[in-house]
Design a protein around this ligand. Structure first.
Ligand SMILES: [Zn+2]
Length: 433
């Protein structure tokens, strides 16, 4: 189902015209109302009058996460504080939190973006959406909530955690759509199996999973274990929360709500804008946001844009599933490694479970040392040890051939690696750099 075909399926000329109109209006608004942007534009020698075409956006300076932190809490506010109706923020576990402040119009935009997202995942009026994203300052919970209300679904605001209760609610209330992080969905599957619950016997049909990167092979695991159609959704607090982009039934890239969030791909080293199809860092400008509009925000996420028709009928641009992050990228003995690449290898090997951790340390000779801990099926531990050794050697070989690096692989029993109720910690970097 397409929630807003007029916008999601319209012609490119009409879209471009609207984007340019909103961009010029936005640039004037932030120049007038936000001293932070006025100063940055002045220093870059660019004025609102210089934005005559969409290409001119490249004249505007980027905004970085550090700048969002430096302006905490309200340095980017573009409206009087009295016009705000809701505030969210990142957890701040890795530094000062990032704030997203919303006017009523911003909440309406967010609801619309999330309505499109949930509809893309197959939900509509009459569906029962079990929302296991955390409610609170984190944008995941309320973002999904607003979208589910907008499409007329029945939303169960259960929030994150309390796995036994999640399973009970799922069975008793006839949940048809589940929303949570992909790693938590697998944890639910594990607990359900232990409790003797068969997902095939439940009305659950779809899930929208996001807030952490996950691979195509993990999708296969999730769809198989939870007996549903799994859709990737993407968003970030800095832009609005979830609702920036999501997968339709084609599951071949995430449609970006580009009428609201203008995407660019840049070379992370030079800042140069790259053509569609080229891999680089994703950058967003919030075209319509009022409370805390963002100009050319560097997400640090690596992907590429896919323009052209989609079998679902939508014409809005797609982005490939995240290929990694500029700040998650590990440099192992001079080789660039994304944790998702290791995950991709692991998921293709029979006998491994989708739970793993990558530990990077520096050995006695100052050489980087990578240990990949991966859970394997119970049966391996009862079998002959030579089977374990064969599996271990196979994983080492496959990682070497895919990534070009040697690793130490440690096979561990199921449920050894710590489970997360939110984002899974895939990498532990112990190197003192
Ligand atoms: Zn599509």
């Amino acid at each position: 189902m397409i929630w807003n075909p007029e916008v999601e399926c319209r012609g490119e000329a009409e879209l471009r015209e609207q984007q340019l109109r909103d961009l010029t209006e936005l640039v004037q608004r932030v120049y007038k109302n936000v001293p932070f942007y006025r100063k940055k534009f002045d220093e870059a020698g660019v004025s609102p009058a210089d934005i005559q075409s969409l290409k001119d956006i490249a004249k505007l300076p980027f905004t970085t996460k550090d700048e969002l932190r430096e302006t905490y809490p309200y340095g980017l506010l573009a409206v009087p504080e009295s016009e705000l109706v809701e505030v969210h923020s990142s957890s701040g576990t890795t530094g000062t939190p990032v704030v997203d402040a919303y006017t009523q119009k911003d909440i309406d935009i967010w609801s619309e973006a999330m309505a499109r997202t949930l509809a893309m995942g197959g939900a509509g009026a009459g569906d029962v959406v079990q929302n296991a994203y955390g409610y609170g300052l984190f944008t995941g919970g309320l973002g999904v909530h607003y979208g589910a209300r907008r499409i007329g679904a029945n939303v169960i605001p259960i929030s994150a955690g309390n796995t036994k209760r999640q399973l009970m609610i799922m069975r008793d209330f006839g949940t048809t759509m589940l929303t949570c992080t992909p790693s938590y969905s697998l944890y639910l599957a594990e607990e359900a199996k232990a409790a003797g619950i068969d997902f095939k016997a439940l009305p659950l049909k779809a899930g929208c999973f996001g807030a952490e990167p996950w691979s195509e092979n993990m999708r296969v695991e999730i769809e198989d274990k939870l007996s549903l159609s799994a859709h990737d959704i993407y968003g970030l607090t800095e832009i609005i929360g979830p609702g920036v982009s999501s997968e339709c039934e084609a599951k071949d890239g995430l449609h970006i709500n580009e009428d609201l969030f203008y995407p660019e791909i840049i070379d992370p080293a030079t800042g140069e804008v790259l053509p569609d199809g080229e891999k680089g860092e994703l950058v967003f400008t919030t075209l319509t946001k009022e409370g805390t509009p963002i100009i050319r925000y560097r997400t640090r996420d690596i992907t590429y844009l896919m323009r052209g028709s989609c079998s679902c009928g939508r014409t809005i641009v797609k982005m490939h599933r995240l290929l990694g992050r500029t700040d998650d990228m590990l440099i192992i003995r001079g080789v660039n490694v994304f944790p998702s690449q290791i995950e991709h290898v692991l998921m293709q090997i029979e006998g491994t479970e989708p739970h793993y951790q990558i530990v990077v340390d520096r050995g006695a000779k100052q050489l980087d040392y990578v240990e990949v801990q991966v859970e394997v099926e119970e049966s391996f531990f009862s079998d002959e040890t030579k089977d374990m050794e064969a599996l271990r050697t196979k994983i080492v070989g496959e990682i070497r051939s895919a990534l070009g690096i040697g690793t130490h692989v440690k096979l561990v029993e199921p449920k050894t690696i710590e489970r997360s109720m939110g984002k899974a910690q895939r990498v532990v970097d112990k190197r003192q750099l």
